[in-house]
Ligand binder design. Structure first.
Ligand code: FAD
Length: 445
């Protein structure tokens, strides 16, 4: 069966053969029998990473949980299980994934393949740091167990390897113990970029930290932000209705965007008005800590179904870079200045501090990551190349899970020597390049 596929940004849209095995053996056989194929989880990567060069293998049929050990927090499950199912099943029992991205609607396979990071990367590392082992089907039809002890090179290449080493069938991950399903949040107002960076820098001991930047602000207010700090709340932190309900369920989306929004919905004045209101509202909550349910704290956008339609029919592109600690602040200021001057800044501009990466092609570097959404408009791609040039000059790189358009040169400059090591491993594993995505063709991976 053929399907029109895109990533979460709904750009580009590509026809692909659709393979949907329900069992591991069928997934292994489909991979071994198909040319130009890549696995797909829940399609939350923004660009073309989860679209096969010719065919796309959905791993969503591999959705069984296999074993859980409450003494160690180790959970073994198939790769197509959604992180939301893990949170729903184990949250009320006092366990939570150590690393969660900004949406829980991702599969375990997708979280490993992108080595996703959360608001705690500076303290706890990425998803791969809490992965004990995985079972991988390769292009040759082999099924290999990989861990730090067994097939260690393949393990390191699969964490952050964007599905290009094969299809992950199963994984064992470590969950952390939590006393409640609430977060104790503190909001800090930062009046400019330097203040936002200083606040995040000063929050190294805090488990979760992230800044929302008003990227419409210019001049002295360039980079003004709300910084959200958080810790898992203990039972003693709760009172009132929270104390009576220590593990609040995460509700399904209450709203959904019913149609593609018209172009004017994201005009500069509406984004500017939204940002102003959001900043003022957030600033009112600044100061004393308060408790908030884990769901809205970690996954604020999951409350609105199909929110990607708000950018209209032409779709949108996310630009997420990471910049080294030393060169980052000046490069961030230059990027924010150009974005504010261009006048199509987005609602979503997020700044986080990252620590060191573990996978061969994992995105993080010690430094600053900035994520921005842009609706696809004429001239956008040229403008993003300008931002890329700032990133490359500062020694940074772009996140493959958000990428739909970076050039091979930008990618190679950003990921350096790891690219050739990854290519060499791929050649030995899959000499004719049977496993391939639209992204891997574009980047020569
Ligand atoms: C609202 C939103 C917020 C986000 N926030 C964050 C964030 O804070 N931090 C962050 O790191 N990311 C974030 N992301 C990105 C998202 O976490 C990653 O793109 C993740 O990989 C998506 O998982 P998925 O299951 O949807 O995978 P897909 O998008 O379907 O695939 C992503 C990649 O994983 C590979 N893959 C999927 N399943 C398998 C498998 N079984 N075996 C081998 N390869 C596989 C695909 O080939 C592809 O290369 C966000 C995305 C959205 C939409």
């Amino acid at each position: 069966m053929m399907r029109r596929l895109s990533g979460w940004g709904r750009w580009p849209v590509v026809e692909s053969e659709w393979l949907a095995p329900a069992r591991r053996e069928d997934a292994r056989a489909a991979l071994a029998a198909t040319e130009g194929v890549v696995a797909r989880g829940n399609g939350r990567a923004y660009g073309d990473a989860a679209i096969g060069a010719r065919a796309t293998l959905s791993a969503r049929g591999l959705d069984r949980m296999i074993a859980f050990d409450a003494a160690t927090g180790l959970l073994t499950l198939e790769a197509g299980v959604l992180l939301s199912d893990v949170v729903d099943a184990f949250g009320p029992r006092g366990f939570f994934p150590v690393v969660v991205p900004g949406t829980r609607l991702v599969t375990i396979g997708g979280a490993i393949a992108a080595d996703v990071h959360g608001k705690n990367h500076h303290r706890d590392g990425g998803f791969g740091d809490h992965l004990v082992s995985l079972v991988l089907a390769t292009a040759s039809g082999d099924v290999l167990t990989c861990s730090r002890e067994e097939n260690a090179e393949l393990f390191a290449a699969t964490v952050g390897g964007m599905g290009l080493t094969g299809t992950i069938l199963e994984a064992t991950i470590r969950l952390r113990r939590v006393e409640t399903g609430w977060i104790r949040q503190t909001t800090v107002v930062a009046q400019d970029l330097a203040a936002a960076i200083a606040t995040l820098d000063g929050a190294d001991a805090t488990t979760y930290s992230v800044a929302w930047i008003d990227c419409v602000a210019r001049g002295a207010a360039l980079g003004r932000s709300l910084v959200f700090l958080g810790e898992h709340a203990t039972r003693a932190d709760l009172d009132g209705s929270a104390a009576r309900n220590p593990f609040p369920p995460i509700p399904a989306p209450r709203l959904a965007v019913p149609i593609d929004a018209p172009g004017f919905a994201l005009a500069h004045w509406s984004v500017a008005a939204f940002n102003e209101a959001y900043f003022r509202l957030g600033a009112r909550k600044a100061g004393a800590p308060f408790t908030v349910a884990a769901g809205p704290y970690f996954f604020p956008l999951d409350g609105v179904g199909d929110w990607n339609r708000i950018y209209g029919r032409r779709g949108f592109v996310q630009h997420q870079c990471v910049l080294p600690t030393a060169t980052g602040p000046a490069a961030l200021a230059e990027m924010l200045d150009r974005i504010a001057a261009r006048g199509d800044a987005s609602f979503l501009a997020v700044l986080k501090k990252l620590g060191r990466a573990n996978g061969l092609l994992s995105f993080p570097l010690e430094g600053w990551t900035l994520a921005l959404d842009f609706p696809v408009t004429p001239g956008l791609l040229d403008f993003l190349e300008e931002l890329d040039a700032i990133v490359v000059k500062a020694g940074g790189r772009l996140y493959l899970a958000k990428d739909a358009r970076q050039s091979r040169a930008t990618f190679e400059a950003g990921y350096g020597a790891a690219v050739d090591r990854f290519r060499a491993l791929r050649r030995s594993l899959d000499p004719t390049g049977r496993v391939a995505s639209r992204q891997s063709l574009r980047l020569g991976l």
